[in-house]
Design a protein around this ligand. Structure first.
Ligand SMILES: Cc1cc2nc3c(=O)[nH]c(=O)nc-3n(C[C@H](O)[C@H](O)[C@H](O)COP(=O)(O)O)c2cc1C
Length: 186
């Protein structure tokens, strides 16, 4: 499979980045091809401008070369994977800007053959997220409000909880889980 992986975190030495690297290692072990879009280090500008707006009277409107290039990367991929920290029970603004600009409504027909995986790193533990209904809220938001609306074929959310833990053993377990997720990905 050809996987387009979109990652966001301001720091390259973050857990988010380490999770992404382990997941990619697993994917490669399973002979998947990976195209990595590193929103922060590849200089993506998340600010939506008038140039990014869809013109309903001109369905053939040309998008900026930067955005067209990202749309083409989606078209070329079989699966899209997002790796990101949970910020305010939502996606970081970099990723929100990517979705606003690149998952433009003009791409809808392209999504019907794609699968999406959201790998979300949460500082809170599983019990907390379930107790306050954030787990279901985020899952519903990503799978239905975003992927469902875009008519993605299959969308799944994978949470990695308690990411601020000071236990090296626990963090190693999360990284190993990320590797296995990549290796078992189909
Ligand atoms: C701006 C900001 C907002 C955050 N909001 C949440 C949140 O809503 N829920 C949560 O569980 N953790 C939240 N966290 C904690 C992050 O999810 C946590 O720092 C991250 O998963 C750790 O991975 P990292 O080391 O790669 O940043 C927040 C962190 C930041 C910096």
């Amino acid at each position: 499979m050809k996987v387009l992986l979109v990652v966001t975190h301001p720091r390259e030495n973050s857990l988010t980045y380490a999770v992404m690297n382990r997941f990619v290692e697993g994917l490669k072990q399973n002979n998947h091809e990976v195209d990595i879009m590193d929103l922060d280090r590849d200089g993506f500008n998340p600010v939506y401008t008038a140039e990014d707006e869809r013109d309903w009277k001109s369905p053939d409107k040309q998008f900026s070369p930067e955005i067209r290039k990202e749309m083409d990367r989606i078209v070329a991929a079989d699966a899209l994977v997002f790796v990101f920290p949970l910020w305010w029970y939502s996606v970081p603004s970099m990723l929100k800007g990517y979705l606003d600009k690149v998952w433009n409504i003009g791409l809808l027909k392209e999504f019907t053959s794609k699968k999406v995986l959201w790998i979300c790193l949460a500082g809170g533990d599983q019990e907390h997220l379930i107790k306050y209904e954030y787990h279901d809220m985020i899952t519903h938001y990503l799978n239905n409000a975003i992927a469902g609306y875009a008519r993605v074929k299959e969308s799944k959310v994978e949470f990695l909880y308690d990411t601020l833990s000071e236990s090296n053993e626990y963090i190693e377990g999360l990284l190993n889980h990320a590797y296995l997720l990549g290796r078992e990905y189909k």
